[in-house]
Design a binder for this molecule. Structure first.
Ligand code: IMP
Length: 445
C-alpha cells in the first residue's frame, strides 16, 4: 500500500517505515506551508491537505508531534521544533528546556503525535498517540532525535535515546498513532469522525483529567436504570418507594468505582486516558476507587436500603471487577441489568407483599438491558483504533437513556403513579445533552 507522507524529516521517515513495514512510504515535502494552527491536529491537517492536492486518489498522511511539559503549561507543544527560535536547532532546544526546568520538581511530560489522513476519496481523519514520561536532569543516549536524550518514558529508567528503535516504537507517541493509522488504512477508507484533540498537558487540566477518569458525561445514564427498576414496581404505589434517591446515588458511586478500577487495571496501556498519560497518579486513582465504593455503602446505609439491595450490589461489584479484568462483554451487560435490579431492590413494599407477577416485567426489562449493553460492548471491541466506530459506540451508550425513557413512558401510560419517575428520567436526558455540549473534551474519551 502506497502512503504519501508530508515530511522531509529523515528521522520521522525512518520511524514511520519501521512502524508501518507493509507500506510503501513516499515522502513529499509540503514546501512553503505555514504551520500556524494552535494545536497538533490543525498543523497536521494543514500539511496533509497541501500534499493531498497533488496526489488525488491516493492515501496521504501528515504527522505533527511535539513534547508537552506539565510544569511549563504544555510548552514547548506545537513550538517543539523551534523552541529556542528559528531555525530548528536541537541542542539549543534541549538546553533551553533544561534551563527552564532548573529547580523544578514536577517534571512530568508527554510526547504527542497527531496523524492526519486523507483517503483516496478525499475524506479526512485525525488520530492521536501519546507517550507519558518525565524530563531527565541531564541528557543521556545517542539514538533517536530531538528531545529523545531528555525524555524518560513511564515504566523505564532510560531515556528514549538509550532505547533501541524497536523499544521506542513499541511505546512511542508515533508508534501508537501509527497503529491506529494502520487499522484505518486496512479498512480501506477513513470513515466518519476524527478523534477530537486531547486536552493539552497542563496543571489546570488535572480537574478535566478527573472528569475524564469518571467519564462524567456518561454518569446521567446510570440513575435511569434504577428509575426503571423502581417504576416497574409502581403498580403497588410509587409513594411506597423508600430510598430511591439513595439507590440511584449508590449506583452512580458504584459506576464511578468501576470506571476508576477499569483505568487502574489498564494503567499500562495507551488510549489517551488520564492514568497512562500521567495526568492522574496510580495512587490517587486507587484512593478514589476506594472512596467511591465507601461512598456507595455509606449512602446505602443512610438511605436504609432494604436488605435485598445488598446482595444485588455485591453481585454488581463482582461483575464490574470481573469485566475490568477479563473484558468479557457479557459481564458489562450483567452490570447494567443488575443496576435495574438495584432499582427493584429499593422498593420495600414489593418484597413485603411478595407478588410473584412482578418477576416477569422485571425479568423482561433487566434481560433487555443485559442484551443491549452486551451487544454494544461486543461491537465496541477495537473501537479505540477506529474513530468512526468509537462515535457510533458513543451514540449507542447514550441510547440507553432513550431506552430508559421509553420504558418509563410505557409504565406511566399503564400507571400514572409513575409520572414523577418519568419526569426524573427526562431530567437525566436533558443533563446528558447539556454535559455533552458543555464538556466535549471530557466526552471525547
Ligand atoms: P514537527 O512534528 O515536524 O513539527 O516537529 C516536532 C518536533 O517535536 C521535532 O522537531 C522534535 O523536536 C520534537 N519531537 C517530535 N517527536 C519526537 C520524538 O519522537 N523524539 C524526540 N523529539 C520529538
Amino acid at each position: 500500500m502506497k502512503l504519501f507522507v508530508a515530511t522531509h524529516n529523515q528521522h520521522k521517515i525512518r520511524e514511520i517505515s519501521q512502524i508501518l513495514p507493509g507500506f510503501e512510504i513516499v515522502p513529499d515535502d509540503p514546501e512553503g506551508v505555514e504551520e500556524n494552527a494552535p494545536d497538533f491536529a490543525g498543523n497536521a491537517l494543514i500539511k496533509v491537505r497541501a500534499i493531498a492536492e497533488k496526489h488525488k486518489g491516493e492515501w496521504c498522511m501528515a504527522d505533527d508531534s511535539g513534547l508537552e511539559v506539565k510544569a511549563l503549561g504544555g510548552a514547548p507543544g506545537v513550538h517543539s521544533a523551534r523552541y529556542a527560535g528559528e531555525p530548528c536547532n536541537t541542542p539549543a532546544n534541549n538546553a533551553l528546556l533544561l534551563k527552564n526546568l532548573e529547580g523544578v520538581k514536577d517534571r512530568a511530560a508527554r510526547f504527542t503525535c497527531c496523524c492526519a489522513l486523507v483517503d483516496p476519496s478525499g475524506e479526512e481523519l485525525v488520530v492521536h498517540g501519546h507517550c507519558p514520561g518525565h524530563i531527565a536532569e541531564k541528557a543521556a543516549g545517542v539514538e533517536g532525535f530531538g528531545y529523545d536524550p531528555l525524555f524518560i518514558p513511564n515504566g523505564f529508567d532510560k531515556s528514549f535515546a538509550e532505547l533501541s528503535a524497536e523499544e521506542k516504537n513499541a511505546i512511542s507517541h508515533r508508534g501508537r498513532a501509527l497503529e491506529k493509522v494502520k487499522a484505518i488504512v486496512g479498512n480501506g477508507e477513513c470513515g466518519t469522525g476524527s478523534e477530537s484533540s486531547t486536552p493539552p498537558l497542563t496543571h489546570s487540566s488535572t480537574f478535566l483529567a478527573w472528569l475524564r477518569l469518571f467519564r462524567v458525561v456518561n454518569l446521567p445514564t446510570v440513575p435511569g436504570d434504577v428509575l426503571v427498576g423502581a417504576a416497574l414496581m409502581s403498580f403497588f404505589s410509587w409513594r411506597a418507594m423508600s430510598g430511591l434517591a439513595a439507590a440511584a446515588c449508590a449506583s452512580v458511586f458504584l459506576y464511578m468505582f468501576g470506571l476508576a478500577d477499569n483505568d487502574i487495571v489498564g494503567a499500562k496501556g495507551d488510549s489517551g486516558r488520564p492514568i497512562p498519560d500521567g495526568e492522574i497518579t496510580l495512587g490517587a486513582a486507587r484512593l478514589a476507587r476506594g472512596l467511591c465504593l465507601f461512598a456507595a455503602l455509606v449512602v446505602a446505609l443512610i438511605g436504609s436500603l432494604p436488605r435485598f439491595w445488598w446482595p444485588v450490589a455485591l453481585a454488581l461489584v463482582l461483575s464490574i471487577v470481573v469485566y475490568n479484568r477479563t473484558k468479557w462483554s457479557v459481564f458489562m451487560g450483567l452490570c447494567r441489568a443488575l443496576n435495574v435490579v438495584c432499582g427493584v431492590a429499593c422498593v420495600k413494599i414489593a418484597f413485603t407483599q411478595g407478588d410473584e407477577r412482578l418477576v416477569y416485567p422485571v425479568a423482561v426489562v433487566a434481560g433487555l438491558w443485559f442484551l443491549y449493553i452486551w451487544a454494544v460492548t461486543k461491537y465496541s471491541e477495537g473501537e479505540e483504533k477506529n474513530p468512526g466506530k468509537k462515535r457510533l459506540v458513543g451514540m449507542f451508550v447514550g441510547g440507553i437513556v432513550y431506552l430508559q425513557l421509553l420504558v418509563l413512558i410505557v409504565i406511566t401510560m399503564w400507571d400514572a403513579g409513575a409520572m414523577p419517575l418519568l419526569v426524573a428520567g427526562a431530567v437525566l436526558l436533558v443533563l446528558l445533552r447539556l454535559f455533552k455540549r458543555a464538556l466535549p473534551k471530557v466526552s471525547a474519551s
